[in-house]
Design a protein around this ligand. Structure first.
Ligand code: EPZ
Length: 421
């Protein structure tokens, strides 16, 4: 419900374990990739998030059969009835642009409404369009719609000006059924790209190199079905570890791939948090407070520090001992959470893409509003650390990327409730 809020009585250290589910940013492109084949695809560990629900409604709008049983989703895109993603669905979630490559390469046509920007930047798609044109697509942008057509895409070499996650994914999918070989250089290296490669190869494709900056795709004629389990969500896992740190407690995240979290774990250790890992779990434990500030934190494409953890990390730096400097190099305006953190007593100065955070002894509870999904998570974390009652509104943003955040935090000993309007 639009008016739901999260209410937190802060000041209590978290303790306990939380199992991490499938990654939103792996599930969304892989759901798009089910359009590459007419055979049924069984996908496991699909998180129950509003962004996933939007993607499922897009697949159904196109005519695919979708069946949801808990965290398992079966998609069968045998015969589609539309090749257009309508405006209202594109506006709900701009990353629906991810269906372009699959629809174009299999059917020779796709029409999508121009994706809107969002709260973290203009989110252009020029690299997607440029790459599809290099693969041989004719693309027209008119009346707020983008229409792409082609006979059969032809493999080629594509160099991305920026290692864009979405552009890499869209072009991998487009190249899968193209004629000949495609090589993408300066490709994004995120784990979600590797998961997409593994998914598409399990359909019978031939893609190599995901996880490195050069991906090679041999076009194939036809694909079959598969049964694939989505990788765990490294951003959700990182958010819970930071929650443990900001409350001076101890949190273990289970069912994770620790190497996907390395850049965060290094920064938590730099602050004085004790971090232990096993094969599929990570524990963050605070043994002394306040934690140390971080001289310089720069968000970077993987394996650098993830931009999606910049806001949650900033909440933690607000109560560290000393001054930290955070530079957001990936998105041009991803500091919307700063004003809300200031309402809680944070001392932060922003100059373009750089924020200077001077740690304060404690944050003070306040009424704050989520502006985007990771900013919303950061405000919940700040509320966990602040004395008194913090109320976070506009929490529909949070539900886009976190399954049962309040419930999971309550199970970790937090005093937190979700209340209706
Ligand atoms: C994906 O977005 C994620 N979303 C984002 O997660 C994540 O923050 C981002 O990758 C970076 O890791 C999904 O996977 C659904 P990009 P995406 O293309 O693909 C510029 C979250 O919180 N760019 O790598 O849109 C762009 O403007 C979300 O879960 C172009 O200039 O990210 C941005 O500045 C937020 N032209 C930078 O590249 C293009 O054609 C990174 O964008 C494409 C991108």
């Amino acid at each position: 419900m639009a008016m739901e809020r999260i209410v937190i009585a802060g000041g209590r250290p978290l303790s306990g374990k939380v199992r991490i589910g499938g990654a939103k940013n792996a599930a969304l492109p892989i759901l798009g990739a089910t359009l590459l084949t007419e055979a049924p695809c069984v996908l496991r560990e699909i998180p129950n998030l509003t962004d996933v629900a939007v993607m499922l409604s897009i697949l159904e709008h196109l005519g695919a059969k979708v069946e949801v049983k808990g965290d398992t989703v079966t998609v069968e895109a045998a015969t589609l009835t539309s090749l257009t993603v309508p405006e209202h669905l594109m506006r709900e979630m701009r990353s629906s642009i991810i269906v372009m490559g699959a629809l174009l390469t299999r059917f020779g046509k796709v029409k999508v409404s121009q994706p809107g920007g969002c709260d973290i930047g203009s989110r252009p798609i020029d690299l997607h369009i440029k790459g599809l044109r290099e693969l041989g697509a004719d693309i027209e942008e008119k009346h707020g719609y983008i229409t792409a057509t082609c006979k059969r895409l032809r493999g080629t070499s594509i160099h991305l000006d920026f290692p864009s996650v979405g552009a890499t994914q869209n072009l991998m999918m487009a190249a899968t059924l193209a004629e000949g070989t495609t090589v993408i250089t300066n490709a994004a290296k995120e784990p979600e790209i590797v998961d997409l490669q593994n998914f598409i190869n399990s359909l019978g494709a031939n893609i190599k190199g995901a996880g490195t900056d050069t991906i090679r795709i041999e076009g194939v004629e036809k694909l079959h079905g598969t049964d694939h389990t989505i990788i765990p969500d490294r951003i959700v896992a990182g958010t819970y570890l930071i929650a443990g740190a900001i409350t001076g407690g101890q949190v273990t995240v289970e069912n994770v791939i620790p190497e996907h979290l390395e850049s965060l774990l290094a920064k938590l250790r730099e602050m004085g948090v004790q971090v232990e890992t096993t094969g599929d779990s990570v524990t963050a434990r605070v043994t002394q407070q306040p934690l140390r500030a971080i001289d310089s934190l720069r968000t970077l494409p993987y394996p650098g520090f993830p931009t999606d953890l910049q806001a949650p990390m900033m909440a933690l730096l607000c109560v560290a001992n000393g001054t930290s400097i955070v530079t957001e190099t990936v998105f041009e305006s991803r500091f919307k959470h700063v004003n809300e953190l200031r309402r809680m007593g944070a001392d932060i100065k922003v100059n373009e893409r750089t924020a200077i955070i001077r740690g304060v002894p404690a944050l003070s509870s306040a009424n704050v509003a989520a502006t985007d999904l990771r900013a919303g998570a950061a405000l919940v974390l700040a509320g966990l650390a602040a004395d008194g009652i913090t109320v976070v509104s506009d929490i529909h943003h949070i539900d886009r990327g976190y399954v049962d955040l309040d419930e999971n935090l309550r199970a970790l000993n937090a005093r937190i409730e979700r209340i209706g309007c």
